[in-house]
Design a protein around this ligand. Sequence first.
Ligand code: AMP
Ligand code: GLY
Length: 439
Amino acid sequence: MDETVLLVGGGGREHAVGRALADSDATLYACAGNRNPGIARLAEGFETLDTTNPTAVRSYAEDVDATIAVIGPEAPLQAGVADALDDAGVYAFGPQEAQARIETDKAFQRRFMQEHDIPGCPDFETFEDMDAACAYIDEYDGDLVVKPAGLTGGKGVRVMGEQVTAEEAKEYIRTSEYERIVLEERLIGEEFTIQAFVANGQLRVTPAVQDHKRAYEGDEGPNTGGMGAYSDASLELPFMSEAEYSEAVDVLRATVNSLEGYKGILYGQFMLTTDGIKVVEFNARFGDPEAMNTLPVLNTDLLDVLVAAREDESLPKLSFSPRATVCKYAVPDGYPTDPKAGAKVTIDDNDVAQVADEHGNGDALLYYASVDERDDGIYTTTSRSFAVVGVAETITDAEAIADAAIREAGEEGLRVRHDIGKPDIVQQRIDHMAELRGE
Ligand code: AMP
Ligand code: GLY
């Protein structure tokens, strides 16, 4: 049967999903709040609409006779877009609102882990009374992390001992007007992500990725949605063992076993600590940027996975090219606190392909994110603009390609974390874990 897939969302992550589907035998339509030029070129049709409006998404899905939908971002999941599509007979690869709470409600997420004995849950308490939360900080022996229970685009968390003092944490709680928060034990170690395709109680995992959330080089500055990420040619990352990768997969499996009716991507953000694998959070979707690391090395046809999920069949075993990836985002100057929009984006697919040719030992891919396509060109908005991914045999080669490619875009109005994936930064992660382990 011919499949018509509706892709919901217009960021770099969705451009990566769109490219994977364009390689499949699917007819692609897309909708997003912004007109992503990369996705628009791949799709038969592209509708600009509010993707958190379930009626609008459903009506477009019906107009284009979609048979499957892939929902990229978390906001539509929270708004019940998967529920609306499923009700209309369009299989949504993305959890319904109730299951998406594993991401959208961090208090629910921690209680869920506790109730179902999911391994890797840090010490935590949830609060609606902010005075009680402040008293807890005063009494707790050690550093805590303040987490608003709801979605904040990755920007609401404050880590004591790293970003804020106990006094500043209390001030943050008192002034920020969150209705519910989680206070949890600060975890020390190295962070990594594993994303799994989930349907019919099954899961299929993908290589570990390490994102870089801080805005500036050297992991300084405010948290962002993610400035770039790398993955290795194997499933694990250079600072972790195969057994540690498996331990994280066991956490994902235990979670899927307890999450009735979950479908879509389950994204585990983990901390590798000297006390084993701990869960920083779960997301109910692909990571952005992590999807741009994972999908280019996925050899299995993405459409086959989606169709098997819908048909209640066993999900295909996934195969990945044994290649490393490095993804670097270009963001507008001032991002994330005071972003300046309106810079012209001149880089295109040919530019990055040429850089890869010159290097001769890998590929380069360009993904557009929150840019705005006008009659006279492509312009930055106030969110992340575009990303370049290098794919090669080693992280070092992939980094060299990604960095050379993103330099093609010029620096005007844009900022890049050039350090992501560089050998000395990767070595620092390895040394950090060795030091924590007392090696
Ligand atoms: P989140 O919004 O939950 O992804 O958190 C943003 C970032 O805060 C994470 O990527 C971590 O770097 C940090 N973080 C969250 N929870 C913890 C924790 N329990 N211990 C240490 N760092 C944390
Ligand atoms: N890169 C982190 C996220 O997608 O939430």
